[in-house]
Design a protein around this ligand. Structure first.
Ligand SMILES: [Fe+2]
Length: 172
């Protein structure tokens, strides 16, 4: 969490965001996994539809957002960022895309370190194209393994790929 928060803080600073926004970006880094080690069944029981169907490895995001909302947090882009940090969401604001990307690219991740480092180097200016590369990788990973792609993940992909026509897919 500290590594994710450090990346986000650095990106906020490079963007020239104000101190409040820099803290906001760092805060999602610290908060997104706050319930990762909690019992998924307990988290699920406390959530209402439509999020109570989510699998164990995803449920800690919506549960954390729910807890923050109950605690009086009203910053919807921040809550969406935390709630959907694993799945992605077509409703992501910059803070949502940045957390999604930071969680995937933090330097503690061991797989494909060069690819991750290259994408980190493109941040924060390349936020949209980096987010597109990350969600594209996840979609490809799931499809290669014959696994379903969550609607929210496809939703984020479609938002980032907007402007390109799917019609030429008939060429494939
Ligand atoms: Fe997480």
């Amino acid at each position: 969490m500290a590594r994710v928060a450090a990346l986000l803080r650095g990106w906020g600073e490079v963007r020239g965001d104000g101190p409040r926004d820099i803290e906001r970006w760092a805060a999602v880094g610290y908060l997104h996994d706050v319930l990762r080690d909690a019992d998924p069944d307990e988290l699920r029981a406390a959530l209402s539809a439509p999020l109570d169907h989510l699998p164990d490895e995803v449920i800690h995001g919506p549960a954390a957002a729910d807890r923050l909302r109950q605690g009086g947090v009203t910053d919807e882009p921040l809550l969406t960022a935390i709630g959907f940090h694993t799945l992605g969401s077509p409703d992501f604001d910059d803070i949502g895309k940045a957390l999604y990307v930071a969680d995937f690219l933090e330097p503690g991740r061991k797989l494909q370190p060069k690819w991750r480092a290259r994408l980190r180097d493109e941040m924060p200016v390349g936020l949209d194209s980096v987010a597109k590369a990350v969600v594209g990788k996840r979609v490809q990973f799931l499809i290669k393994r014959g696994r379903p792609v969550p609607t929210e993940t496809f939703g984020l992909w479609n938002v980032l790929a907007k402007g390109r026509s799917w019609a030429s897919a008939s060429e494939v």
